[in-house]
Design a binder for this molecule. Sequence first.
Ligand SMILES: *Cc1c(COP(=O)(O)O)cnc(C)c1O
Length: 399
Amino acid sequence: MTTNNSISVVSPIMATYTRFPVTIVKGKGSYVWDDQENKFLDFTSGIATCNLGHVPEPVKEKLEEQLQKLWHCSNLYNIPNQEQLAALLTGNSCGDQVFFCNSGAEANEAAIKLARRYANKVKDSGSAEIVTFQQSFHGRTLATLAATGQEKIQQGFSPLMPGFSYLPFNDNEALDKLQTIKPAAVLLELIQGEGGVIPANPDWVKELAQVCKENNILLMVDEIQTGIGRTGTLFAYEQYGIEPDVISIAKGLGSGFPIGAIIAKEEAAKGFEPGSHGSTFGGNPLATAAGVATVSHILESNLLNQVNDISNYLEIQLQSLKEKYTFIKDIRGIGLLKGMVVETNALKIVQKAISNNLLILTAGPNVVRILPPLTVTKEEINEFTDKLERSFQSIEKGE
Ligand SMILES: *Cc1c(COP(=O)(O)O)cnc(C)c1O
């Protein structure tokens, strides 16, 4: 923009987000502060990203140490933090090899590319089709928005990348159709996050995994929101008794430092060879320092057990709110990824919560999404319940 005498009211930030009127400048644990020094209880965790709370000590220390040594190094050389993080991820999942990138969409891009290349070069099956599900969310890049089963995300971006079909989620019809389509891969969220916090039905997932196995279809799970301890296990798939061929992760992996990855089983990983995929920043020393500190802290502390206890406590509080307020229709979700289905406008509740110094999210028009950090305490959950209830009451009073 060149400066001139006309008064410009156009924001220098593109209008891709409708922002709440809050400017957050500081965070610690479950709390953030705005530029007026108002303190907010943060039950969004940067959308399932700051899983260890804001500015967690073990990650801060590791990043500070790495800041003194080396910030960036090309993937043409070995990167020790990257190797360590890959070993942590493969040592604690069913996968064997990792590819690092910088975001969730990029992780799904890598998964989609791997599935196509595996179909075309390794399996030679003829079908490079990928099946995803209605109401899913897989990202905003051209391939991942084509993979996303929501028209509102795709609107205006045609021509969409071909090669995706969308089947009904939690529906047995999808299992039949899968055997007719015989795609290269299925890409699945075990809990649809953006789509409304809808957990996949465990029996349906087991059958889906069986159909994939029998028909030589890669089973790829998008754990970008559900991964890194969010549901009480390092990955949500562990609770479904399945072994995916590819797992995509991002959000919680770096405690807020941008990083993404896919973890693949050895067979699926054959889809990539030197030259088939890459990323300048992917797995960079700083990002993987954050990843190593985050994942090793989760594994070495008692945090996952704590998530199971504290999420039960949160569930009890939410259920008692549901008994008190008839507009609450359902409480769903696993671990600390919770959705409250409401008959009113979820956004209005979120806005009221902000005036009570509480940050929460929506997931579609009728679901309030609750994502505290994994480190949340009982006292903080009590404070949350209290603030949420005050928000309900002011809505009921028509304020
Ligand atoms: C957030 C999210 C993505 C996209 O991640 P970005 O880092 O925003 O690109 C993809 N899939 C799921 C399930 C997500 O929750």
